[in-house]
Design a protein around this ligand. Structure first.
Ligand SMILES: Cc1ncc(COP(=O)(O)O)c(C=O)c1O
Length: 439
C-alpha cells in the first residue's frame, strides 16, 4: 500500500511541477483539461507547448558551447511538435521517409536533418540524398552499396555499436549484438568500405547507447567514450571529423522510485568534455550533436481518457477507460519494460478529491495486457470521469498498436497560451477543433 500511495503522490507532484492546478482542475497550456476534452472528445493526447520549450531551453543552456540539439522525431512525430522544436533552433533526427516528409512539412530544410536507422530503403535514400540531407548515419554494408549506386555526393557519419563497458539506460541499443551500426571492434573494416566509395564523404561518427538514462555519470561515461572513439576514427582516416553525434537517451522520471537526471552534473562536466575536444587537433573544430526525443517531449504530454465502465471482480475494482494500450502501449508496460510499474496517473478534473481506494485502470481491449495502472490510489471515479496518464508526450500514440481492435484513434492536440492547435483528430463522428489541421 505504501507503494500505491507513492505512485499517487508522484502523479500529483508531477502535475503541480509541470502544469497548473486551478481548484479541481489540472490546466495544461493555460486551459483546464476538462475543457480541452470537451472540444476534442476522449481519448486525447494533450501536449503542452511551453513545457516542451522549457525542456529544450534548459538542455540547450546546459550544453551551451559544447553541443547542438537535434530533436529525435520518433519520440513524437506530430508536425506541430517538430515545428515547435525547429522554432527553438533544433535540428531534426529522423528514422524514416515518413518522418523526413513530416519534418520538411514542418519547415525543416534538408540541411537541418540527419537520418539514422538500421534498415534504410533504397527509395528513402533516393529521396533524401538528391534533396541534400545533411547526414546519413550508415549502419551497414548494404547501405554503403545503396549510396554508392545512387552515385550522388553524400555526407555520412558512421554509426558505431560501442563496446559493452559503457552501456546504460532502461533499453540498451548498443554494447551487445544489435542491428544498429557497426561493432566498434570492426571499425577499421567499416571505415575502409566507406572511404573506398568516391561519392561518399565520411564526416563523423554516431553512437546511440540506450534510452531512458537517469544516471548522469553513466551518460557522461558514454559521451567521453564516444569522444575518445571519434579521435580514433579521425586518426584512422587521417583528417579531422566534422561531427560527433552522441545520441539521445536522456531520461525522465516515470515512476515514484525514479530520480530525475541530474542536469547540473551534466553542466559541470561540459568544460571537461569541451577540453577533451580541444586537446585533440583532429577534433578541435568538431561539431557535437545530441539527439534526445524523450527528454524534450515526454514530460509535456498527457493521455486523457473518459471512464466508460466501473466494475468489481473478486475484490479488485476495475475502471474501464475508452482507450488503453491501443493508444498508449508504453503505459501498459508492454513497450520493452522489464518490470511493470504504473505511469503517474491523476483525475484531472478532481484534483482536490481525496483518494478513496486502489483501482486497476484498464482499456477496452480483450486482453489482460491492456492494463494502464495496477492498484492506483484514485478518488472515487465513475462513468464519464476523466483519467490522465502523465509523462506521455514521448513514445505514446506513435509507439502504440492504434489499429488493434479497430477502436477510434486518439486525438492529439498541442496547447499553448490558452490555444488548442489540432495535430490530428480522425475519430469518426467527432469534429476537429479549430486550429492547425492535419498535414
Ligand atoms: C538513433 C536514435 N537517436 C535518438 C533516439 C531518441 O532516444 P531518446 O528518446 O531516448 O532520447 C533513438 C531512440 O530510439 C534512436 O534510436
Amino acid at each position: 500500500m505504501a507503494d500505491q500511495a507513492n505512485t499517487a503522490e508522484h502523479g500529483y507532484e508531477l502535475a503541480r511541477r509541470l502544469f497548473e492546478l486551478r481548484g479541481d482542475d489540472l490546466c495544461v497550456g493555460g486551459l483546464p483539461v476538462r475543457s480541452i476534452v470537451s472540444q476534442t472528445g476522449s481519448p486525447v493526447f494533450i501536449y503542452d507547448g511551453s513545457v516542451m520549450r522549457t525542456a529544450y531551453r534548459r538542455l540547450s543552456k546546459v550544453l551551451e558551447g559544447f553541443a547542438s540539439i537535434y530533436y529525435s522525431a520518433k519520440a513524437n512525430p506530430a508536425q506541430a511538435v517538430i515545428r515547435l522544436f525547429l522554432q527553438e533552433g533544433a535540428g531534426i533526427e529522423i528514422a524514416s521517409l515518413g518522418e523526413y516528409r513530416t519534418a520538411i512539412a514542418a519547415g525543416a530544410s534538408p540541411k537541418q536533418i540527419i537520418f539514422a536507422g538500421p534498415g534504410k530503403r533504397r527509395q528513402e535514400l533516393e529521396t533524401v540524398v538528391p534533396d541534400g540531407i545533411d547526414e546519413i548515419h550508415v549502419e551497414g554494408l548494404d547501405e554503403i552499396e545503396r549510396l554508392r549506386s545512387i552515385g550522388l555526393p553524400v555526407r555520412v557519419s558512421i554509426r558505431v555499436n560501442p563496446v559493452p563497458t559503457v552501456q546504460a539506460g532502461a533499453m540498451r541499443m548498443g554494447g551487445k549484438p544489435t542491428a544498429f551500426g557497426f561493432d566498434e571492434e570492426d571499425l577499421e573494416a567499416a571505415i575502409a568500405a566507406i572511404t573506398a566509395v568516391p561519392n561518399i564523404e565520411l564526416v563523423g561518427i554516431h553512437v546511440y547507447g540506450g534510452t531512458q538514462i537517469l544516471d548522469a555519470s553513466a551518460l557522461l561515461a558514454q559521451w567521453r567514450h564516444s569522444i575518445d572513439l571519434a579521435g580514433r576514427v579521425a586518426r584512422m582516416i587521417g583528417r579531422p571529423l566534422e561531427t560527433i553525434d552522441l545520441g539521445g537517451g536522456l531520461g525522465i522520471p516515470y515512476y515514484s522510485i525514479d530520480k530525475p537526471l541530474d542536469l547540473d552534473a551534466v553542466a559541470a562536466a561540459v568544460p571537461e568534455l569541451t577540453g577533451m575536444l580541444k586537446a585533440d587537433a583532429l577534433l578541435a573544430d568538431t561539431r557535437v550533436i545530441v539527439e534526445p526525443g524523450r527528454y524534450l517531449a515526454g514530460e509535456a504530454g498527457l493521455y486523457v481518457s473518459e471512464i466508460n465502465a466501473v466494475k468489481q471482480s473478486r475484490g479488485t475494482r476495475f475502471v474501464v477507460m475508452e482507450g488503453g494500450m491501443n493508444h498508449h502501449l508504453a503505459a501498459s508496460g508492454n513497450l520493452g519494460q522489464v518490470i511493470k510499474r504504473n505511469y503517474p496517473v491523476v483525475a484531472p478534473a478532481r484534483m482536490t478529491a481525496t483518494a478513496s481506494g486502489p483501482v486497476t485502470l484498464v482499456g477496452p481491449l480483450c486482453t489482460p495486457l491492456d492494463t494502464l495502472a495496477r492498484d492506483a490510489l484514485m478518488p472515487d471515479l465513475g462513468v464519464g470521469d476523466l483519467v490522465a496518464v502523465l509523462q506521455s508526450g514521448a513514445y505514446g500514440a506513435t509507439a502504440s498498436p492504434l489499429n488493434f481492435l479497430s477502436h477510434p484513434h486518439p486525438a492529439e492536440v498541442l496547447v499553448e497560451d490558452g490555444q488548442i492547435k489540432t495535430i490530428s483528430c480522425d475519430r469518426a463522428g467527432k469534429p476537429a477543433p479549430t486550429g492547425e489541421g492535419m498535414p
